[in-house]
Design a protein around this ligand. Structure first.
Ligand SMILES: Nc1ncnc2c1ncn2[C@@H]1O[C@H](COP(=O)(O)OP(=O)(O)O)[C@@H](O)[C@H]1O
Ligand SMILES: [Mg+2]
Length: 313
């Protein structure tokens, strides 16, 4: 399913003293099959944007927010808002939002705080029960929960009767992710999936997301602060700044604009910092900013520039 947003704006607490324009005329297309990154300073609108993708911030109930404003005399009409995920038109209140939520899985920041059921099994089954059109048998639920736990690397028989609160932090996060993917969504959206984890936990979560991308969900969208995560994993990334999309580029091109990213209060991957340091010493390394490609290109450079004076001839 392709995700298309055009001229999407969103204001919290409109017409009150607390009014905040969180999205301002955002246009962004995410192709089916992408592992897409969303980056930007805190408060730039990333979470607000992704919460639109499964209708969590509902367009229909607040349609007037999305209806193009009546133009003032002599002004051209504002372009209409488009928000589509596959065939789901999120600006149409007749859309089947339950089916949409089954197709677009949403993992919030710190999802483990939303675990609530008495057992791991019931927690993971909850989303499936909730979003299914027909009533599922216990066997059907168990088999879906087993498969979802397995793909996130957890054992059904060992954990099914445990309280989610007995688990370690990393396990809790996996259970929470299992509770979202259990509906087999085509699109999986995760808001800061690795936040608050130690480096090993981060690596494991990113490996899990790649497994899900290969085996379970066609399209993965992650919000991230971690530029190394973006350069290593994403097909493309959108940079949000003050409610707008600043640019959408593959990491290979994005991180060439290190200075602009720094101006936006963003970091760059370690590989981009190393490339900049080498460039100051007159050494150009043209890599895609993954660690692997960076090392390969540095080795190529070293081989083609044998040490001058002394050493081997
Ligand atoms: N529930 C809310 N009520 C009011 N304002 C909000 C709410 N959520 C976010 N905002 C505001 O909207 C803007 C965008 O926030 P958010 O989408 O959370 O950005 P990000 O995820 O990039 O940090 C910020 O100014 C934020 O303070
Ligand atoms: Mg956020």
């Amino acid at each position: 399913m392709r995700i298309v947003a055009e001229h999407l704006s969103y204001t919290y607490n409109a017409k009150s003293p607390f009014e905040t324009a969180a999205l301002k005329d955002v246009s962004l297309t995410i192709e089916e099959g992408e592992f897409f990154g969303i980056i930007g300073h805190t408060g730039s609108g990333k979470s607000t944007f992704v919460q639109h993708l499964n209708g969590l911030l509902r367009l229909p109930s607040s349609m007037k927010k999305y209806r193009p404003k009546k133009p003032k005399k002599g002004q051209a009409p504002l372009p209409a808002t488009v928000l589509k995920v596959g065939d789901f038109d999120l600006t149409d209140k007749k859309t089947n939002f339950r089916a949409l939520r089954r197709s677009v899985g949403m993992v919030f920041q710190y999802p483990e705080y939303q675990l609530f059921a008495e057992t791991v099994r019931d927690d993971v089954a909850f989303g499936l029960k909730n979003f299914s059109e027909e009533k599922l048998t216990d066997e059907e639920l168990d088999s879906a929960v087993r498969a979802a736990l397995e793909v996130v690397g957890l054992d059904f028989d060992e954990l099914k009767d445990k309280s989610p609160f007995e688990l370690s932090g990393g396990q809790k996060r996996r259970v929470a992710i299992a509770g979202v993917i259990v509906t087999r969504p085509e699109v999986l959206v995760l808001d800061e999936p690795a936040a608050g984890l130690d480096p090993l936990g981060k690596r494991e979560i990113m490996e899990l997301l790649h497994r899900l991308h290969r085996e379970w969900c066609k399209t993965v969208v992650i919000v991230s602060h971690d530029m190394d995560e973006i350069s290593e994993n994403c097909t493309r990334a959108a940079v949000f700044a003050d409610g707008r999309v600043e640019c959408v580029l593959p990491p290979r091109e994005l991180f060439r604009h290190a200075q602009r990213l720094t101006e936006l209060g963003l970091d760059v991957p370690l590989t981009a910092k190393l490339c900049a340091l080498l460039q100051e010493r007159g050494i150009e390394i043209d890599c895609d900013f993954t660690v692997q490609d960076f090392c390969a290109k540095v080795l190529d450079y070293a081989r083609s520039h044998p040490k001058q004076g002394g050493g081997r001839a």
